[in-house]
Ligand binder design. Structure first.
Ligand code: UDP
Length: 320
């Protein structure tokens, strides 16, 4: 199979490319290297990488024509970028997806779109279900622009299915983590691990009582491939997450313990990090019933196993 992976030089994209190459697929990558890095994919050898944006429609068209299927992962990600660059976040996410959808439909290429658990907003249930109502914060709070952009991507994808029967499936990812994820744009685990390995204070935002369910990238990637290959799942949305939730304060303690670090915890008010009026999602946990029934998805990697892998990976990269 020939597959195009937009955002293929990013953290999740590079793991997906690796899995596709390993099983003998021919892989094409489109990535503007805004948050991705060429070093994420250079070890893969025989792939075709085009350094450009999904906003460049002629390039997207040429690549889509070359392949059998498309995985669309390219997006502006990371709370820090979303808050600092709201225009490019919204434009990249909405126009980029619009372009990929248009070209995938033109050549009838099956498409998987990665969305985010952010689309649930503040959530209405303890476990978020794909068909839940969604509660968003005020439009004055920049964070929700990212959630709205991903929701718009989903609406448009579903519209292509409804109107044109174009086979597109949506994966809603819940805090995917693993080696190669960078902490540069806010992501908590690589930040905490780097801080712990340097014996610097771990910067817990707020009081640290907010929870997340971290999902290992090696559990997510095979599910992305399966969701796209199962054509009977087209036109639908699936959560991909884990069942193990933890408070951010406990996460910090766990990382200090597992790195054997002398670090302490430093509690930073949200406003100090992201400016006034920032609103966090306090809890976010997936209901996995639907994806389990569809493809037998079950997250296998425990949080401690993930942390040990990530700690090893970051330790190897740190100078000294
Ligand atoms: N967080 C933190 N310290 C950091 C980075 C993030 O306490 O240095 C918190 C952040 O406020 C959020 C949680 O960790 O409550 C997860 O943040 P991340 O940006 O990784 O993912 P998301 O907010 O998208 O769930």
């Amino acid at each position: 199979m020939r597959a195009l992976v937009t955002g293929g030089a990013g953290f999740i994209g590079s793991h997906l490319c690796e899995a596709l190459v390993t099983r003998g697929d021919e892989v094409f990558v489109l990535d503007d290297l805004s948050t991705g890095a060429f070093e994420n994919i250079e070890h893969l050898g025989e792939i075709t990488a085009v350094i450009d944006s999904t906003l460049n429609q002629p390039i997207v068209r040429d690549l889509v024509r070359e392949v059998d299927v498309v995985f669309h992962l390219a997006a502006t990600v990371g709370v820090q970028l979303v808050v600092e660059k709201p225009i490019s976040t919204i434009v990249n996410n909405i126009r980029g997806t619009e372009t990929v959808l248009e070209e995938a439909c033109r050549y009838r290429r099956p498409l998987l779109i990665t969305s985010s658990s952010e689309v649930y907003g503040k959530g209405v249930n303890d476990l978020f279900q794909e068909d839940d109502d969604r509660v968003m914060g005020s439009l004055k709070r920049t964070r929700w622009g990212y959630a709205a952009s991903k929701a718009m991507d989903e609406f448009l994808a579903l519209a292509y299915w409804l109107e044109k029967r174009h086979p597109v499936v949506i994966a809603r990812l819940f805090n995917t983590v693993g080696p190669r994820q960078t902490g540069r744009y806010g992501m908590v685990i690589p930040r905490f691990v780097t801080q712990a390995l340097r014996n610097e204070p771990l910067t817990v935002h707020g009081d640290g009582s907010q929870t997340r369910c971290f999902t290992y990238v090696a559990d997510v990637v095979p599910a992305l491939i399966q969701l796209l290959e199962r054509r009977d799942l087209a036109g639908d949305i699936f959560n991909l997450g884990s069942r193990e939730c933890i408070t951010i304060e406990e996460l910090a303690r766990r990382i200090i313990e597992r790195t054997d670090s002398d670090s302490t915890i430093y509690y930073v008010p949200y406003e100090q990090v992201y400016g006034p009026g920032y609103e966090d999602m306090l809890h976010r946990a997936p209901d996995l019933t639907k994806v389990n029934a569809a493809i037998g998805f079950e997250p296998r990697t425990s949080l401690d196993e993930m942390l040990d892998e990530i700690i090893g990976n970051i330790r190897r990269k740190l100078p000294g």
